[in-house]
Design a protein around this ligand. Sequence first.
Ligand SMILES: CC(C)(COP(=O)(O)OP(=O)(O)OC[C@H]1O[C@@H](n2cnc3c(N)ncnc32)[C@H](O)[C@@H]1OP(=O)(O)O)[C@@H](O)C(=O)NCCC(=O)NCCS
Length: 180
Amino acid sequence: MMLPADWLSRVRIRLMQRTDLPALEWEGEFTHFRRLFADTYARYEDGGAVLWVAEFPNELLIGQLFVQLNSERPELADGATRAYVHGFRIRPAYRRGGLGTLMMAIVEDDLFRRGFRMVSLNVARVNYKAQRLYDRLGYRVVAAEPGEWSYIDQNDMLRYVSEPAWRMQKTLRGLNRPGW
Ligand SMILES: CC(C)(COP(=O)(O)OP(=O)(O)OC[C@H]1O[C@@H](n2cnc3c(N)ncnc32)[C@H](O)[C@@H]1OP(=O)(O)O)[C@@H](O)C(=O)NCCC(=O)NCCS
């Protein structure tokens, strides 16, 4: 798909709404995460998360990024100064055009304004492309994560995930986009 030259300026990055939930399933590719998405949205409604989406005019959602503000693991998110980024993905046709970088900048600025000064995330050890992006944005590896977790899919089946990861983090020192 050829994108118009000015496509990025036409993308709207906004907070998620409940009506966006079906679009997160990407025509079936992520249907197994239906309950996970609903639980994440419930956390957002309770004030424990901030959920972002990227929308292109007349298209489905083209990107998403979730932020957890608190966690049972304070090294990931502590509800005050440290937040945890997860669920970050851009539709393949819109990758490598700067959208991911823009979303991260907007999310970091929002967190800075909320008083957060540290952002953490886990990136799969095999995901070199994402590691390079985070490295360029100033994130550094601070720990190895076993990446063992489970979730209940849309058919009530318990599914196990094993995805060894690196935990990366970045200290926020100011706004990326003053005046944004
Ligand atoms: C990781 C991900 C969200 C990044 O989104 P993205 O929109 O491609 O990010 P960007 O375009 O800002 O940056 C990607 C690369 O494209 C480059 N790029 C940006 N604009 C470009 C342009 N106009 N032309 C060519 N390359 C460009 C960037 O320099 C960057 O390179 P680098 O990271 O090697 O330095 C996306 O690749 C994705 O959804 N991947 C699958 C899911 C995933 O891995 N998520 C992360 C889980 S931790």
